[in-house]
Design a protein around this ligand. Structure first.
Ligand SMILES: Cc1ncc(COP(=O)(O)O)c(C=O)c1O
Length: 468
């Protein structure tokens, strides 16, 4: 008997313990703090025991209670960053996907998984108005952005064989940091990312884009691609996609849309995402605004040929021997990754279980929560909104009357205090040099009552900071 053998009865009993823990966590979520009251040293001590030489068997699971207690629970009152709280049907699918342990490299390794992933990707593309696009799932928006720009580079300034050539990419000053990372690792260099000043609503200005492209061309540089953002990480600003697409067509530049935060909202408010289908490549993050448990990113592209030009490079050991077009399909020909998890199972099961209408409705609730919070802030003399609320991110701050740096320090202290109090979790943004408190709604558990707690919490935290 292999030393790792697990009798089936023991698997059932362990699985029941784990699902009980998960169900208890879900049942008690509303009572939990938005961030645990723990310090780094306490967490380090909790997990400092060396790895055992002899297995603890079922006793190993005893520590899971502590893992949950020291974790940030997926509560309804978490509004930090762009993070949902994980749809549980999808989580169950993740368990099954791990047991099934498919390697979703190619049909020949994972027939059902490859077929489901291709189907769910096409289905979502169609639901977003991007009929005919294909793509793949990946770890997140950062990976999708990297792959989108790798495709852009290979399509316009081929580099795979002889190395990167200089080329310029354009984006608004609100672009996500993953684009800067992609510029670096693709050998294009961050200095070749032109950050175009955003307008008063934090959107890329197409006229400034045109001017920057013309300036680069007349200086002998080679424009390569434009990254438009469909929901900026700070404020949820949606760049003017039709106008940017027109510039790209006219200048023959690749258009990559970073829709990791916002573009899935096109399921609920398609009219705000006109022009999305003009993208050559489009990043999405179902682990953000489709409520999926991490990780679940997606890259869509118009041309599978362009994806293969960028990524196809397989050793003979991986090549399919099949002639059939379905059976010879390999994701590794269209993606940076080779070994890949069966991420599609959670997305497919969760979408089938609830139906697209339920997701559209959940997204509408998030949009409403953001407008409601903005209204509450407008009605509170001590608070001010710092940006228009275009999607579900609300940037605001406490009006202290203090000059710039002191107001920033006070608001940073308020944020720390809000998190310590544990009732709601906010994060921060810097807008035109000013420190902002930021609440972002991509959480299907959040209710109107939860939203109503944000302003009183911030005011109480401010009072505590000012009195200390
Ligand atoms: C606009 C935007 N792009 C890209 C990303 C990166 O996505 P991920 O964290 O899934 O890598 C984010 C994350 O918040 C984002 O908001």
């Amino acid at each position: 008997m292999n030393a790792l053998h697990l009798p089936n009865a023991e698997f059932r009993s362990l699985a029941a313990r784990v699902t009980d823990l998960a169900a208890d966590l879900l049942a008690g979520l509303d009572e939990l703090r938005a961030f645990p009251a723990v310090r780094g040293e306490q967490v380090a001590r909790a997990f400092e025991a060396p790895l055992p030489e002899e297995g603890l068997r079922a006793g190993a699971l005893d520590a899971l209670g502590e893992v949950l207690a020291l974790s940030r629970a997926p509560t309804p009152r978490f509004y930090g960053y762009v993070l949902g709280s994980g749809e549980p049907v999808a989580a169950l699918a993740d368990l099954l996907a791990s047991i099934l342990n498919q390697n979703v490299t190619a049909w020949r390794s994972a027939p059902a998984a490859v077929t489901i992933e291709r189907q769910v990707v096409r289905g979502l593309a169609g639901a977003l108005g991007c009929e005919g696009f294909s793509g793949s799932l990946c770890g997140g928006g950062s990976m999708a952005n990297l792959m989108g720009l790798a495709m852009a580079r290979e399509a316009r300034l081929p580099a795979n064989e002889s190395g990167a050539q200089p080329g310029v990419v354009y984006a608004s000053s609100e672009v996500h940091m993953s684009i800067l990372k992609a510029m670096a690792v693709l050998g294009l260099g961050r200095e070749n990312l032109r950050l175009i000043g955003a307008d008063e609503a934090y959107r890329l200005d197409p006229q400034a884009l045109r001017t920057a492209i013309a300036a680069d061309r007349s200086a002998g540089r080679t424009p390569l691609a434009v990254v438009a953002t469909g929901g900026s990480v700070n404020t949820g600003a949606i760049d003017p996609l039709p106008q940017i697409a027109a510039v790209c067509r006219e200048q023959q530049l690749w258009l990559h849309v970073d829709g990791a935060y916002g573009a899935l909202a096109a399921l609920a408010i398609p009219e705000r995402f006109t022009g999305l289908s003009a993208a050559d490549s489009l990043s999405l993050d179902p682990h953000k605004w489709l409520y999926q448990p991490l990780d679940c990113g997606m890259l869509l592209f118009r041309s599978a040929h362009a994806a293969r030009t960028a990524f196809s490079c397989s050793g003979d050991y991986a090549k399919s021997l099949a002639e059939d077009p379905l059976e010879s399909f390999a994701f590794f020909d269209e993606s940076l990754e080779l070994s890949r998890r069966f991420r599609a199972l959670k997305l497919w099961l969760s979408l089938r279980y609830h139906g697209l209408a339920a997701f559209r409705s959940a997204i509408r609730s998030d949009l409403r929560h953001a407008q409601n919070l903005a209204e509450l802030i407008r009605g509170t003399a001590r608070l001010e909104l710092l940006a228009p609320v275009e999607l579900s991110a609300v940037c605001f701050r406490y009006r202290s009357g203090a000059p710039g740096a002191a107001a920033d320090r006070l608001n940073a202290a308020i944020l720390r205090r809000v998190i310590e109090r544990g009732r709601v979790y906010l994060s921060n943004a810097t807008l035109r040099g000013r420190f902002a408190l930021r609440a972002c709604f991509v959480n299907h558990r959040t209710t109107d009552r939860d939203v109503g707690q944000i302003v009183p919490e911030v005011l109480d935290a401010a009072r505590e900071c000012l009195n200390s």
